[in-house]
Every structure is written in C-alpha cells, then in structure tokens.
Design a protein around this ligand. Structure first.
Ligand code: ZN
Length: 252
C-alpha cells in the first residue's frame, strides 16, 4: 500500500453502516470505527464491476480499514480494508435484514460524527454476533436499545415516574414521544397498556450481563414489550421518525 506523503494514516476496526453512490466508480461508506467513532469515507473504485473490494462494503461488515484525512476536504478517504467478519449471509432472512437496517439507522442517528465511543462499537459487534448466532431478533435488539440509551445517558428510570417521581407501583405507562415511564396518575391519553414492573426488572437484569450469555443460558422470556418501549424512547431521541421502526413492529 502506498502512503501519500504528509497525510496522516489511520487504521481502525470499523463496521459498515451504509453506503451511497458517488459518481460512476466510487462509494461513500458510512462507518462506525472503534477508534474515532462514526465517520464517512470515500472508497474509490468500489462501484467498478470487477472491484475486489466493493464486496467488503455490504452493510454491517466488520472490517479493518485504513483511512486518510484529505486536505481541505470534508470526506475522508479509505485506501484499503481487510475483512474481519461478514454479517451479510444472515441478512438473506428478511427480519434479520430489517433488524440490521435498524441498527445502522439508530447508530447513524444517535452517535455524533467523529466522537470516539468504543463501548458503542463493542455493543454493535456483540449485537451483530448475537443476531448471527441465535437468529433471534427480539433479545439482541432489546439489548442494543437498552445499552444505546444507557451509554447516551437516556435510559429511563424503571422504578419511578418520569413525571412526578413517585414509585410507579405495578404498572408503568408510556405513549408516543415518551422519554420515560409514568405512573397511572400521569399516564398520557394515548398510553399503551401498562408494562409490568416484573418485565422491566427482568430486562434490566438480563442486560446487565454479556448478550451472548443471555442468549445462551436463558429462555426467550417476555422482553418484547419492554423492547418496544425502549424503541419508542430511541425514536423520541432520534428526533424524527426512524423508518425501520414500523417495519420491526410488523415483524415482531
Ligand atoms: Zn406520576
């Protein structure tokens, strides 16, 4: 590999979030890198039919990438990449594909550009492995939502009302646009049926361990309603509608 003189070279593990076309031959690759957080880089020649490396940029591919700063240019440039692990085959199953689109979209929406967040990177890798190994959508995505909110400082209190601060008792409510759970007295008119306290506690306990351990050692359980609540909070924080959320609800 030739290194242009005077250009800082950066090497990092990265996950491909999305690609967009750039002209006839190139792609812009949106990445979550381990060292520098989220960024976008031009992969020259990645759209050429016989390009050997175009195939590396399928969504959610785990790469080792070599990235250059370009003088006076907003976009970085990726000069080389090696495959670490592909998460492409599992996306042949539609619900897994929708799940990975959701992961990419939430990551792009919630993480600022060029702000290192190694825990978010490790979370995304763990969730992709969880999807691949288990073929299950609900727990890996619930784990992702829980930890994305926790890492961002947005994880709602599972015990006390977001509005009045009192203990929520046995039922916790939320509605569209919620940032937290509220008690029966504070529930919004469009509230869904209450989330049992037990489900919330079970979810918090499950997410306090590594995802692979949860998937391996415990039964599936009833975490889907808590996941849908966490997804609503993510939607609120993402400021505008996430296109994949509606599709996930249909898929269950
Ligand atoms: Zn209240």
């Amino acid at each position: 590999m030739r290194v242009p003189v005077g250009m800082p070279l950066r090497e990092s593990e990265a996950i491909v979030l999305r690609t967009t076309r750039l002209g006839e031959a190139d792609k812009i690759v949106s990445l979550l890198t381990r060292q520098w957080g989220r960024l976008r880089a031009v992969a020259a020649g990645a759209r050429r039919p016989k390009s050997r490396w175009g195939a590396l940029f399928e969504p959610m591919t785990h790469l080792r990438a070599w990235i250059f700063e370009r003088e006076n240019r907003d976009l970085l440039r990726m000069n080389s990449a090696d495959l670490i692990e592909s998460f492409f085959d599992m996306q042949k199953e539609y619900r897994i594909q929708v799940a990975t689109n959701y992961l990419g979209e939430v990551t792009e929406r919630l993480l600022p550009e060029r702000e290192a967040n190694e825990r978010a990177f490790r979370l995304l890798v763990a969730v992709l492995k969880g999807l691949k190994v288990s073929g299950e959508v609900n727990r890996p995505l619930g784990y992702f939502d829980y930890w994305m909110l926790k890492l961002g400082g947005f994880l709602p209190d599972f015990e006390r009302c977001h509005n009045c601060g009192r203990d929520m008792g046995q039922g916790a409510f939320y509605g569209p646009g919620s940032e937290g759970l509220v008690c029966r007295d504070c529930k919004p008119p469009a509230a869904a049926s209450p989330l049992p306290k037990n489900d919330l506690r079970t979810m918090a306990l499950a997410c306090s361990q590594p995802l692979d351990k949860w998937l391996r050692t415990q039964r599936v359980g009833d975490s889907i309603r808590v996941r849908l609540f966490l997804e609503e909070v993510i939607r609120t924080h993402a400021e505008r509608e996430l296109v994949t959320v509606g599709m996930l609800k249909e898929e269950g």
